[in-house]
Design a protein around this ligand. Sequence first.
Ligand SMILES: [Zn+2]
Length: 258
Amino acid sequence: MYDVLFDTRFFVPAAAVLGAVVGSFLNVVIWRLPRGESVVHPGSHCTACGAQVRWYDNVPVLSYLVLMGRCRACGTHYSAEYPVVEAANAGLYALLAWRFGLAPALPVYMALTSALLAAAVIDLHHKILPDRITLPGIALGLVASATLLPPTVLEALAGAALGGGLYLLIAVASRGGMGGGDVKLIAMIGAFLGWQAVLLTTFLAAVVGASVGLVLMLAFGKGRKYAVPFGPFLAAAAIVCVLWGQPIIAWYLELGRP
Ligand SMILES: [Zn+2]
């Protein structure tokens, strides 16, 4: 039994199933958190007709396919975003399990990745990054760094301070070009991953963000101002950092050596 548990062929698919179930909960968080509603009560219900979603209609991804994206009661079409979020979270959990194995850090990285995914989608919809995700995230990150994660407490504190401080400066200098939500999000990322990851996350997010901005400008005409939120880029870059930040940073530090 013990051996089976530690077999990649078992725990990577198991992580994917767990990821899909958590992804289903993330959809609830993404819908309710910005609306100030409770994320636990009431149970899942149709946002159009209010009908309760039965457990057999609440199977991640599969139910959406079986019902062809419609509410069983009223037939309202649901956004394809729901199964996409579930599938994305499932894929990310499988990647994390494959990368780290059954390590103590694995559940922490899963929680961080899901928080980043939910924050990114909320930012895309509402242009906000909820304090209810980032503030507990900062605290959890510092505690996790002191116990289960590679960064030392000092590196984690430095990460939160460096990220928060740097982005606060940018926010003030750009007069709202960067929001307070981004400041707290990077502080959270620093608390989990340390100060080096803050720099790598910022670099990756800026490169990808600028590229996407350039493509949008070329595609839709230059000069127009696009209010593309930075949060989703930060979140995606931080997930890359969770998965491969350590080897990338190690490789970069080697570059300077003769
Ligand atoms: Zn309905």
